[in-house]
Design a protein around this ligand. Sequence first.
Ligand code: MLT
Ligand code: MN
Ligand code: ZN
Length: 340
Amino acid sequence: MGTTRFHGFHGRSTEGFRDGLADSSGDPRTTRPYIVRIVHVLLLGSAAGGGFPQWNCWCPTCRAARDMPGRAHPRTQSSIAVSADGTHWFLCNASPDVREQLGRIPPRPVPGTRHVPIDGIILTDAELDHTLGVALLREGRALHLYATGAVVDTLERDSRILPVTRAFASVDVTTLQLGEPAALVNRDGSPNGLQVEAFAVAGDPPRFASNQMDGHTVGLVIVDAASGARCAFVPGCGALDEALLDRLAQCDLVLLDGTFWSDEELIQLGIGDRGARAMGHLPISGDDGSLERYARLPVRHKVYTHINNTNPVLLADSAERRVVEAAGLAVGDDGDAWQL
Ligand code: MLT
Ligand code: MN
Ligand code: ZN
């Protein structure tokens, strides 16, 4: 399901790049040759768990995705890919749609018979929509995961995705400490230049998790130390407090939880008994929804992602889509891409 469209890159074209220098000293007067670094961000999947349409759902938006191509189209489950050189790519979350999604990463010449097109996988939580893809990449023989201790523990003991994957592939794990940037490493062991910082956000641990440790749900900021480009990826977020807003305000691109339009969305459709907030997802609309504060952030690209199949913003002609866009925010789509 989903599309293989590549929408081309949003972002800087001729307006001048950051003073990107491949020099870890960060000194712009370095004598080394000038190397333009552009951080590429690909939105591989913009839907929440279950994808869009969800296999067992005939809500109004899922019906539109099946039958009304002008109003809505299929989307895959939440994931992005990030690269600072267009060659080495890191997945943020590995969705059940990872096989199709990896096909969207720009191809490069492959020297041998086998080639793994990603250098690592960074996780925001241990939910199935973000981690089943780890096991699906088992043919890669060697994988490198970046996740908090809480997430790793759930993958080890509860979903057992790590032990299952390790039966097929070696899995290196870099444990992310909350609030501390970690350097990303290429498959050949060389430093990549990108850093990732995980920070705790309000949310519920997966319902199968036996721990409630800090860091079960995090947002990620990917930073290119050389150019200063920053991208935030926060697909699950139960609250937007000042500290989080300050952190997001530093970024060039923010991809934020757009799971639900309203708190009562699933209840009103008669397909759930819990509100959005109770599920760890701050709704977009309403007095205390995300839209108002998100719209005020001085960030160049503000995008909603991890959009549930019931959310009316998925309909191109909906009033809710107009509200989001009129506020200067975008409803992310599979294939969207940015250069920072
Ligand atoms: C969520 O985003 O709340 C979880 O992914 C829910 C789920 O997968 O069941
Ligand atoms: Mn989810
Ligand atoms: Zn639906």
